[in-house]
Design a protein around this ligand. Sequence first.
Ligand code: NI
Length: 173
Amino acid sequence: MAVKTVFRMGHPVLREIAEPVTEFNTPELKSLVKDMFDTMEARNGVGLAAPQIGVSQRVVIFSVQENPRYPDAEHVPETILINPQIEFLGDHVTEGWEGCLSIPGMRGRVPRYEEIIYRGYDPQGQRVERQVSGFHARVVQHEVDHLDGVLYPQRIRDMQAFGFEEELNGHEN
Ligand code: NI
């Protein structure tokens, strides 16, 4: 078990364009994914991108089961997604609250495409392709943004809908 440090907003690794993975099914990739799950679970996250633990590679993980940070969120299957690409379906955008382990204690209301197809690979190099909507689509867009050096505050349209979780509780409109 290796719970890694999660770098916070301001660290340069979070602004980099991450490198594609070129070799699958390697011990290094396996160990990276294991560290990412250990770290995400230790922090009650629903998703994590490799750059957040200082590894600038195009690897994200996500999983929404019962999560105290997102009590009302719908279930999202545990997924490892490598070299992901997103195709936006239609132009329907919805706003929803997001947090990020790299921006602890804060939440913001972020516009995201409602429906997407995502494609990529699993650690064995098998293709992954899913058409999803709602919170599942939101989580994937958030995580894939990390691979392009983008954090959710950069997507917020109304900066009044950004603040500390403890202050927002009960005031989230
Ligand atoms: Ni994040």
